[in-house]
Write a protein that binds this ligand. Sequence first.
Ligand code: FAD
Length: 395
Amino acid sequence: SRIPRIVILGAGYGGIVTAIRLQKVLNYNEADVTLVNKHDYHYITTDLHMPAAGTGDPEKARVNILKLIDEFKVDFVKSTAVQIRPHEKKVILEDGTLSYDYLVVGLGGEPETFGIPGLKEHAMNIRSINSVRFIREHIEYQFAKFKREPDRKDYLTFVVGGAGFTGIEFVGELADRVPELCKEFDVDPSLVKIYNIEAAPTALPGFDPELVEYGMKVLADKGVIFKIGTAIKECTPEGVLIAGDEFIKAATVVWTGGIRGNHMLDDAGFETMRGRVKVDAHLRSPQFENIFIVGDCSIVMNPEGKPYPPTAQIATQQGECCAHNLVAAIRGNPLKEFTFVNRGVVASLGRGEAIGVVGNRKFRGWIASVLKKLVDIRYLYIIGGIPLVLRKGRF
Ligand code: FAD
């Protein structure tokens, strides 16, 4: 009989781990595996706040996919998927078509703007190597422009929408970068304003309140101005309108306030919640049992019936389970249920500062920032072993 074809869309955390596990476990000629990704590199999304602020090199945050996969076992196709046709078992790429017996959707998330006018058009997002290089250049350019038009204080005003993990980690880096930029461009640091605006009643909702308080104090001491419990009502090319009808003039608005699943899932007729598919216990679409969905495109419920937040940690674990279940399906063995094991959560607050919870222990300050580096190194080790740790690790 014909060899089953597996197509994996997206080489993010979920997709790349699925591919790497499959190439380890599958026997010769047991399946044809094709991995499709927009770029020829995988990126360490959890590090992108650094190159976005200019405190880290974007090169460190990306890894050539051909260094991670064995081309004798997995075909890599650099292309952009444009449509999934689940009834025909086909995927349409910008430059071709792929047929599959099993599909893995690991396309990651897209910014969720909750219908707030102007955010889509005028705010920047931290989501890819291209987007963070743009943000970094944009920030530097504002300092250069200010020197030519010194009455334009809005060039030195930075608004970050959202105080979830991405927003908090980014303002931490930005607050570290500002003094360097002020020196480089001869700008008085007291003219620079960094706002972090969050609609929820607290920063880092769901995180340990004591650590949140500590984190906010660290960031406030670095100059971050928090507006918590304050919704952004509109974004314009000139800045943001916030609750209370205050307008903050700012030439830089970065939106980190939410993510949704890839639009292709909605387009293809999958039942979704904000573009994300609530998968079955084995990580499959409840509508199509040959389609697995991992990472930010999927929703997995915790034992209390609430969705787990979309993270690299859960995407990586889903990738391992997904690969196991693909092999089981091909061999006619029973699939296993996915269970998430929380290995801890650490948020960085810029240089040498972080907050984290591992098990029921809380960490803050220097020790937490070391933990954060260990988490990053562990991931590099999982996907690329010691050589990758040495090339891309931040020590
Ligand atoms: P992603 O990693 O989002 O990758 C999707 C891939 O699909 C990309 O390679 C993309 O190029 C590709 N792709 C997209 N569209 C197409 C297309 N049409 N055709 C082909 N390819 C396509 N999580 C944590 O657990 N811990 C953290 O500390 C943490 N910190 C974060 C910090 C920042 C700044 C950000 C932005 C996120 C952070 N996260 C963190 C969240 C985490 O990064 C995401 O949950 C995770 O990346 C989701 O993985 P994924 O497998 O869904 O796909």
